[in-house]
Write a protein that binds this ligand. Sequence first.
Ligand code: FAD
Length: 499
Amino acid sequence: ANDDHVPALVIGSGYGGAVAALRLTQAGIATVVVEMGMAWNTPGSDGKVFCGMLSPDQRSYWLRTTTDQPLGYFLGIPVNKSIARYTGVLDSEKFPGIRVYQGRGVGGGSLVNGGMAVVPKRDYFAQILPSVDVASMYDTYFPRANAALGVNAIDPAWFETADCYQFARVSRDQAKASGYATTFLNNVYDFGYMKQEQANTVPRSALASEVIYGNNYGKRSLDKTYLAAAAATGRLTITAQHAVTAVAPAAAGGYSVTMNQLDTAGATVATKTVRADRVFFAAGSVGTSKLLVAMRAQGRLPNLPAAVGQGWGNNGNVMVARANHIWNTTGALQSGMPAMGIDNWADPAGPVFAEIAPFPAGTELWISLYLAITKNPNRAQFSWNSSTGAVGLSWQTAQNQPAVNAAKRVFDTINKAQATVYRSDLFGPNKVWGDDLTYHPLGGCVLNQATDNYGRLPGYPGLYVVDGSLIPGSTGVNPFVTITALAERNLERILTTDI
Ligand code: FAD
């Protein structure tokens, strides 16, 4: 409530926020999590909490009047449709050079993501975060994160027979025949549940084309793991539909945190200020960076270092699809949860780690779709625009050319070996590369540059960054395990030395 005083306040409820919430409450500290999105726990008139991917309604997008699907075209024709403006679960936040997809709601990105739980390559992790002790990450914090996230492995024998992974087997066989290695990917989606879906003994979610607008069953999202465990301590309060707009030192000590309470149309219905002894920024790479850059520019946190707002990257994301021969059917039934990747990361001429993505249209399309993660070295900055009163991101679409080039080497090779071609109708009319969107925003408040080596903001005791903004633009694999493990490491240190 307005004017409350709380020991710890966490802004955002994604991976970084959920780790902070659990470890603070377990340490006996009453903690409030403030989340701008909704608590996704109440069924709509169709009896489901989330809408399906094939029939998006208002629940799909954050405050938009048309959908903005990652693949916005089919046969070159736009496929987006009108929806009511609503605080839906997936945000496609538009900057001039890139659309950044993010989850909105209690659980952040875990609500909308593909659940792939991938530990980064050890030598690459050492390269991107040289100030972090690598042994303790791989011995302690990655295992701790995987356990608390509920990560599980697919049964390889079942994978070989399941209809819903025919698309992945086709892409794997083609990659192998073209000289590329593939690897299974762990997931937080319960593969035991998925087996039952395939056997038709439980309601379907991954096998009902559910993914980017939420999963009604099967997925161990953060509200069911970290946040549920934090709530079980009795010391957690989650305040949903409240967007933090300002953080500044409070005269009485600690920090005053201002927030707007939102209705489901996104309108502010109340403004509140609470005082917190400690504030954990967990609004995601974009959310945390925007907030801190604005606070510095507005003179509320004027001493934040220049590195705040720097070092943002898209994890080298680029999407691409291939058209298969008529005999290479990819299946009408495709699991929404990817389970395999092409691993060409060791190739010095262009590292690529490509997730074999489903195209769960419910009908045979002969399409092989991929989300490639590449080692794109380009970075961008957030900066305050005083005339608009908003924070912009400098990323230009052309900065993604290194990602396209790296992915092109791999998929040109596969196309040549298979005598197949790219689909050029899915990302725009006559557009092969999905190079203007990302699912993996990282950086903006990089560890040991914008913060100290544990996420503390210099000059402001009691302010911490705990989310994907700490990671310098790239982690070489899908990022949430890296974000979670780094937050575990930092929280452990903060709890032993600061609190
Ligand atoms: P987030 O999870 O983004 O959480 C930030 C939270 O803060 C959000 O809930 C947001 O609403 C809230 N917030 C923001 N600003 C404010 C504010 N001012 N006030 C209050 N609350 C605020 N990664 C993988 O590892 N594997 C995958 O399979 C995978 N698939 C993906 C698929 C999709 C469609 C998307 C969008 C992402 C995917 N990702 C995947 C990426 C992964 O979800 C993100 O890297 C991860 O969620 C980032 O964690 P975070 O803690 O940094 O922030």
